[in-house]
Design a protein around this ligand. Sequence first.
Ligand SMILES: *Cc1c(COP(=O)(O)O)cnc(C)c1O
Length: 362
Amino acid sequence: MTYISRKTQAVIDLTALQNNYQYISTLAPNSKTMAVIKANGYEHGAIEVAKALEEQVPCFAVAFVDEAIQLRKAGIKTPILVLEGPFQESDFAIAIQHDLSLMLHTAAQIAWLNNDKGTYRSDIWLKIDTGMNRLGFRVEDAPDVIALLTEEHRKKLIICSHFSCAEIKNNPKTAKQITQVKALVEQYACQYSMANSAGILNWPESHGHYNRLGLALYGVSPIEQCDLVEPLEPVMTLEAEIIAIRKVKAGETVGYGDTWQADRSSIIAVIAIGYADGYPRNAKSGTPVYVNGSIAYLVGRVSMDMITIDITDLPKVSVGDSVELWGKNISVDTVAKYSDSINYELLTRLSSRLPKTFINRG
Ligand SMILES: *Cc1c(COP(=O)(O)O)cnc(C)c1O
C-alpha cells in the first residue's frame, strides 16, 4: 500500500454511475444510449467508468483516437466512437487495429476512408452541421458528400449532428436542427444520432438510433429545472480534510490579497485543497462547503494548496474532519455559479494531483 498523508480525494461512486445510466436509458427506450467518457470520463476515471458500465452500454464515445487506445489497452472490448474523427490518415490504420469507429466531418477524412479499400468495417458516422458551426458538413453539401461514399458504406450510414442550445426548452433553434436531421434521414433511409444529455432530457423528438449521454451520466444536469433530473445521483464527491483551525479578531483579514475581512471575532478552518487540485481559484467568498452535516462558507482567496472557511457558527468542528467541496450535499453547479464557470469545466479540470477512490455499493 502506498502511504497517503493528505486525505484530499475525489470519491467516485460506481453504483451511482450504473444507476444513472440505467435510469437515463429508460428515458429513451427506442434508442441505444452511448456513454460519453471523453476527458478521462469527465475526470471520473475513464477506465474505471468503462469497466463499471461495459455490461450495460452498447457503445462508448471519446473525443480523439488516443483516448480510445487507452481504453483498448485497459481491455475494454465494447465498440468505441471517436467523436472528432481521425486527425491524420494514419488514424484509420489505428482505428482498424483497435476496432474503433470514427466520426467523419471533412472532405479529407472521406478521401482517407475511400483510400482504405474496405478494411475499415465500422458504420459510417457522418457529422452534419445544423447550426453549431464547429464540425460537420453543411446540410446543403450532404448529398454531394454522401454521393462520394461506396454502396457498402452508404448501407451503414449514421447521420449525426450536435445541438448548440438543447439545454433551453422549446428553443426554436433546436427544433430546426432536429427537422434538418430528420429530413436527411428520411431521404437516405439511414440511422441517426443527435441527442446529448440535454437532448435526451429536453427533446424526446431528438432521440435517435443512438443518443450520446455525457454529463448527466455523472449525475450532474446540463439543464436547470426539470423533474426528470431528480433521480440522478452525483457520482463524484470531492472531499478534503481540515488541517488547522484558528481564531481571527474582528477587523483582521484572511488569505492572499486581504480580500476578506472578519466583521466579528471568527473561527477559521483551513482545508487541504487548492487550485492546484482543480478547486476553482475564482470561487468567491461565500461559496458553500459541507462540514459535519452543516453548510459553511469559503472566506478569502483560494490558494494553491488550501482554502479557508468560516466555521464560527458551526457547533463542533475539529482538525481532521472531512469537508465536502461538492458531491451529494453541495452540487458542482452551485460551486460553478460562485466561480463564474460551469459544471462541465469544474469536473474536467480536476488535476492529476488529486487521487481518486472508487466505491461500489452493489
Ligand atoms: C461531449 C459530447 C457529447 C456529450 O455531451 P453532454 O452534454 O455531456 O451530454 C455528445 N456529443 C458530442 C459530439 C460531444 O462532443
